[in-house]
Design a binder for this molecule. Structure first.
Ligand SMILES: Nc1nc2c(ncn2[C@@H]2O[C@H](COP(=O)(O)OP(=O)(O)O)[C@@H](O)[C@H]2O)c(=O)[nH]1
Ligand SMILES: [Mg+2]
Length: 241
């Protein structure tokens, strides 16, 4: 009995990179998902998540087919019944495809999590465009609040029924650092190792993780114990968003 988590969304929204970063695998790793490639098939690829979660599988759904071609959306709809969590990767503005897809998923009773990735590069761009004066955690928190408010207003206006769907703004670069930390187990012998993680600009990686693992737990161990990956997750969050 497997728990199936899928990333879906337009091409280049960071779906494959998110899956790789959750697995702690670089794009060049033979078992990693190919990154930065135009997608031509409608076939989802399946990956193992983490050794402590052997029943959890990650599916990389290609953007083309699941999002752009209405007739091929049929394949996705058919696949929906075997998915347990869908991560819808958003761009700067949410399009009708993402809205329809999310409504489909909800209709099939599959929980959806919105994710906007690449926050590190969005943050960098804002700095270079002089929209922000520094790259501190406080400024990151302010940017997060503004983006979340913007998203809330947009959804209120265009898809009010989706207001309850959570959104997390993350950087897969940060997810890599966090997963490397967890997988190295360095913190068992060296508690100071967490300090370098504290210096990382946090977007909403921790909140995203918690959401993902809460969804995972609900399906894997209803009313049961917390999965071990969660316990290993270091407290890096300094943001109060
Ligand atoms: N800076 C930054 N780049 C990212 C991030 N996620 C993905 N990318 C880059 O965005 C491009 C597209 O990513 P990919 O995962 O292939 O997107 P996909 O088409 O949705 O699977 C690649 O060049 C990635 O290196 C991120 O969190 N931060
Ligand atoms: Mg991809």
């Amino acid at each position: 009995n497997y728990l199936n988590i899928a990333t879906v969304g337009h091409v280049k929204t960071g779906k494959s990179t998110l899956i790789n970063s959750l697995r702690g695998l670089r794009a060049t790793h033979p078992l990693g998902a190919p990154v930065g490639v135009g997608e031509v098939t409608t076939e989802a690829k399946c990956y193992d998540f983490h050794e402590t979660l052997p029943n959890v599988k990650l599916y990389d759904f290609p953007g083309a087919g699941t999002i752009s071609h209405p007739e091929e959306n049929y394949f996705f709809r058919n696949g929906l019944c075997f998915l347990d969590v869908i991560i819808v990767m958003l761009q700067a503005t949410m399009c009708v495809e993402e809205i329809n897809l999310t409504r489909d998923a909800i209709r099939y009773n599959v929980p959806v999590i919105f994710v906007r990735s690449k926050m590190d590069s969005i943050f960098d761009d804002m700095y270079h465009d002089e929209k922000i004066n520094d790259k501190s955690q406080e400024t990151a928190n302010q940017v997060l609040r503004e983006l979340k408010e913007k998203h809330r207003r947009y959804v209120s206006e265009h898809a009010k029924d989706l207001l309850h769907v959570p959104i997390y703004h993350i950087s897969s670069r940060s997810v890599y650092k966090i997963m490397d930390f967890i997988n190295s187990r360095v913190y068992e012998t060296n508690p100071e190792a967490a300090v370098s993680l504290q210096r990382l600009i946090n977007f909403e990686e921790r909140q995203f993780f918690e959401e993902l693992l809460t969804r995972t737990e609900e399906r894997l161990t209803p009313g049961g114990r917390r999965v071990s990956l969660y316990n290993d997750f270091p407290t890096t969050s300094r943001n109060e968003t």
